[in-house]
Design a binder for this molecule. Structure first.
Ligand code: SF4
Length: 185
């Protein structure tokens, strides 16, 4: 099994798909290397591409705030990453071919971190791991047991920013996550 540092270095020099041509930085992920909770979003945006850190724009700040309200943070107890390590142009949805090529890194990351709970942030990662019929409005905040761990979909913070009426739903889901994590300890 590869270490996180080894996988990170592979991502930094990866040229497997055309997204390598337009990236400033590959965005590997940050957090606690053996975290019990791993969050997986879709792909880096502009701020993430510029800094090499996931979820650092307005949406990322909102996510951090909601997580912190429930006692979660990148410094203390979670690891946060994306399915794609390089930014798709104009923040378009990832192409299936890009996901197929890049998700191998994510799978190695999951193996190295070995989290008990994987939080799927937004419909793209939820559909990939929970099936193409996944519907966020119906299924957010439900835990699914597969491959030896829990998979837990939540709204993407960028979607919440577009409709702040849904913020309480996200806050409730993260509070439920807190309870679930405390119960499985
Ligand atoms: S998106 Fe993934 S597969 Fe494509 S170049 Fe970046 S690291 Fe490689």
């Amino acid at each position: 099994m590869k270490t996180l540092e080894e996988i990170k270095s592979e991502c930094a020099s990866c040229q497997k798909c055309p997204l390598c041509e337009s990236r400033t930085n590959s965005v590997f992920g940050v957090g606690v290397p053996n975290a019990e909770i791993m969050l997986i979003g879709e792909a880096p945006g502009e701020n993430e591409d510029l800094t090499g850190v996931p979820f650092v724009g307005r949406a990322g700040k909102l996510l951090d705030k909601v997580l912190e309200e429930a006692g979660f943070s990148r410094e203390k107890n979670i690891f946060i990453a994306n399915m794609l390590k390089c930014r798709p142009p104009k923040n378009r949805d990832p192409l299936p071919s890009e996901v197929d090529l890049c998700v191998e890194y994510l799978k190695k990351q999951i193996e190295a971190i070995n989290p008990k709970v994987i939080v799927l942030v937004g419909r793209i990662s939820a559909m990939y791991f929970l099936g193409k019929d996944f519907k966020m409005t119906r299924q957010h905040g439900n835990a699914y047991y597969q491959e030896g761990r829990l998979w837990y979909p939540i709204f993407h913070p960028a979607a919440i920013l577009r409709n702040m009426n849904q913020l309480p739903l996200m806050q409730e889901d993260i509070m439920k996550l807190r309870k679930m994590v405390d119960e499985i300890k």
